[in-house]
Design a protein around this ligand. Structure first.
Ligand SMILES: NC(=O)c1ccc[n+]([C@@H]2O[C@H](COP(=O)([O-])OP(=O)(O)OC[C@H]3O[C@@H](n4cnc5c(N)ncnc54)[C@H](OP(=O)(O)O)[C@@H]3O)[C@@H](O)[C@H]2O)c1
Length: 305
């Protein structure tokens, strides 16, 4: 595809490897982030640094956002030095963060009045997917705008699905997060029982992962739990945010989401312990406290003193 001028805002666990892929694909990249470290790293690789979201968008055909939450996206797009102040009519803003579908629809409508396209295009596939360009991307917004942006999305993801009008991408992603959270709870409880009953945890993960109880969460985060590796691929505070959004939507639609509410409370407890920046697998610690038992390879696990 022809070289595009792309602005990228939010160079965290996901945004940085995604921005690197766009650079490697030969696109011209201008980057902005709250802290300077990742900007300097991208500049060393050939990107240009911008001083504000507005400057990032001013000459860009596409401006991509990979930010934590709704308030961050609102600030970066609609704020005083926001994207809206400088984005060219005919250009497209693509929000790949996971945020509220309601907020996405508001931003979409505001930018549309200025002739700027807006897509909500959240992703799944974790930091590995971001590095390897194998993310799944679910897109909401105008179909024509999506078709124009699709070649850019292809640099970042393998499965790209147009879900419908603005907000549909985020709504799909929130459904995904319910599934993620509940299968993570299942993986944690299975490991707790396996540990307390003295089973070989590596064999348990192996055999469950080959049958009907298999899940991405157990296969990928199960070994991390057993190895007490709580480094983040996906931060616990971000999953808590996604479950909060799911519950807000449930409230609006009068839809009971019992499992979601339960896992949200467990993540609240983890965040209240000051451990929100750990990976989502750290939620096992809350369950371990309740069980008075730590998931451990030693026969029968370890009882807490
Ligand atoms: N990690 C995953 O596996 C994963 C997978 C799918 C989707 N997501 C979603 O993707 C989004 C980003 O996740 P992440 O894991 O990359 O989060 P992260 O590591 O916390 O990165 C967020 C980045 O945004 C920057 N930022 C925050 N506010 C900003 C602002 N006002 N202006 C400019 N930059 C700002 C942060 O800067 P600082 O350097 O100053 O903190 C940080 O670099 C979230 O919505 C998350 O739910 C994550």
């Amino acid at each position: 595809m022809p070289v595009a001028r792309i602005g990228f805002i939010g160079l965290g666990l996901m945004g940085k490897p995604m921005a690197k892929r766009l650079l490697s694909a030969g696109h011209e990249l201008k980057v902005f982030n709250r802290s300077r470290g990742p900007v300097e790293e991208l500049v060393r690789l050939g990107a240009e640094a911008a001083g504000s979201p507005a400057e990032t968008a001013s000459e860009s055909d596409y401006t991509i956002l990979m930010l934590p939450d709704s308030k961050d996206v609102r600030l970066v797009v609609l704020g005083e030095r926001g994207v809206i102040q400088a984005a060219k009519p005919g250009s497209t803003v693509i929000d790949m963060s996971t945020i509220s579908p309601v907020v996405e629809r508001e931003i979409y409508a505001t930018l549309k009045e200025r002739g700027v396209g807006y897509l909500d295009a959240p992703v799944t596939g974790g930091t590995i997917g971001a590095e390897q360009g194998t993310l799944a991307i679910m897109v909401g917004g105008d179909y024509a705008v999506f078709k124009k942006a699709e070649p850019i999305l292809r640099v970042l993801g393998q499965r790209i699905v147009y879900m419908g009008p603005s907000g549909s991408g985020q709504m799909t992603k929130i459904c995904n997060q319910i599934s993620v959270a509940l299968s993570l709870l299942g993986a944690c409880e299975a490991l707790l029982l396996a540990s307390k009953s003295g089973l070989d945890l590596d064999k348990v993960i192996e055999i469950i992962s080959s049958g009907a109880g298999a899940s991405w969460q157990l296969a990928n985060l199960g070994p991390a739990i057993v190895n007490r590796d709580f480094r983040p691929g996906f931060k616990a505070e971000h999953l808590m945010k996604d479950l909060r959004i799911a519950l807000e939507i449930g409230q609006e639609l009068n839809l009971p989401l019992l499992g979601t509410a339960l896992v949200h409370q467990l993540f609240k407890s983890l965040v209240a312990r000051g451990e929100g920046a750990l990976g989502t697998q750290a939620v096992v610690k809350v369950l371990e406290d309740l069980a008075h038992h730590i998931v451990s390879r030693s026969l029968g696990g370890a009882e807490e003193s």
